[in-house]
Design a protein around this ligand. Sequence first.
Ligand SMILES: Nc1nc2c(ncn2[C@@H]2O[C@H](COP(=O)(O)OP(=O)(O)O)[C@@H](O)[C@H]2O)c(=O)[nH]1
Ligand SMILES: [Mg+2]
Length: 463
Amino acid sequence: MLTDVIAALATPPGRSALAVIRLSGRGAFAVAAHCLHPFRPTPPRTVFRAQIVRPTTGEPIDDVLAACFPNPHSYTGEDLVEISTHGGLVVPADVVAALVAAGARPATPGEFTRRAVLHGKMDLLQAEATADLIDAASPVQRRRALQQLDRGLSSRLEELRSGILDLEALIAYDMDFPEEDEGPVSPARVARAWRQVRERVARLLETAPEGERLREGALLVIAGRPNVGKSSLFNALLGRERAIVTEIPGTTRDAIEAHAVIEGFPFRIVDTAGLRHSEDRVERLGIEVSRRYLDAADLVLFCDDSRATLKDSLTVAGNENRETVERDEFLARCVAPVVFVHTKADLAAEPPPVPSFRQSVAVSAVTGRGLAEVRRRLAEVAFGRLLSLGDVEPVVTRARHRAALEKALEELDAFQVAREGGVDAAAAATHLRAAVGALDDLIGAVTPDDVLDRVFASFCVGK
Ligand SMILES: Nc1nc2c(ncn2[C@@H]2O[C@H](COP(=O)(O)OP(=O)(O)O)[C@@H](O)[C@H]2O)c(=O)[nH]1
Ligand SMILES: [Mg+2]
């Protein structure tokens, strides 16, 4: 296990009042003592004021506050020193350089948290949650990350793990006395216990699609014919003028993507070129891009002009009919769930025309009418399951979590197949062992290096 002394800036570089630099590893206090005057490792976890100097020349760099955290009572579980310096580009960099000159090594991304995992200060799920909390861009993401940091998901997995071990205990007699006809535990009771634990694993696994969406943001694609008001709605949902709006059909030619928080949930909203047959080469390319986004969408906001239904019935012209056909073609192709809106409700005749399709919301980017309802529906469609779970039930948020739960479920099913097929108890129990193993990998009880490498690949330096 690597315990050499590492140093890094824990705050982002740039103009700021303060910066925090961390130093961790066996010998961290000795390294700090070369640079901090005075150096006070005792009392532990107590801030002291000091001057930080270059160890080679003794030249002062800054006046700082520092605190020593002797192992194992530190973030990493090692001897750790935290130094608050003045901010900016030069001072923190000079302080890190001084610590390196005194014997530390610049930390690699995520190395502090990785050491915390290796020293048992947190499990792998909590390490991931640390990264998620830092990357959170919406209130729900923050709450979820904090819950996972609090071992919400870890303790659920531990419950499932012990449920599987209980199941194994139920067939212990059958394993010890394979010749006996029936042990003290009836097969029906084993089957019941199996069903219960399987159900709980499956239910947690069901949170994966929305949980993963929560980390990335739901991809919401705004689609519809040119000039129906897609870009206006896009801007209204973002709360700023991001896309160009004109009365000229075909204005938006490229897809524009922006991050937005809707009802506390993260979304990536994409404004696209309107779908229509076009002779314009650039517009055609834009429509092709729209289609690719539509294929990847988590949900689609489909816009129709509120007056279109009226117009459709009045105009027999081939062009209008062709566009209606295009819309139906589009909806047939679209695999993602669709939220329908009728735009420009402020211009529509009152009462608004009967919507041409179900549950359409009448909206106006000009008056703001219907926007709250649209936001509510988008959150409901993209994150309905999470909404109904509330903040207390744990959810899984990464492909790594999903893969481990799928493996556990597979092994549980294989166990039952083996039981029903009359395979002897000891052989059937190997599947339960494998299921427990999958959950252990997920929590990170014993974690191989390559898994750690993957988990920490996305961390930044100083974390
Ligand atoms: N009155 C009114 N006009 C709108 C509304 N939304 C868009 N428009 C107008 O409709 C035209 C096309 O809007 P735009 O957002 O560019 O449509 P897109 O081509 O679908 O992106 C522009 O002249 C907008 O000002 C609305 O809610 N009410
Ligand atoms: Mg547009």
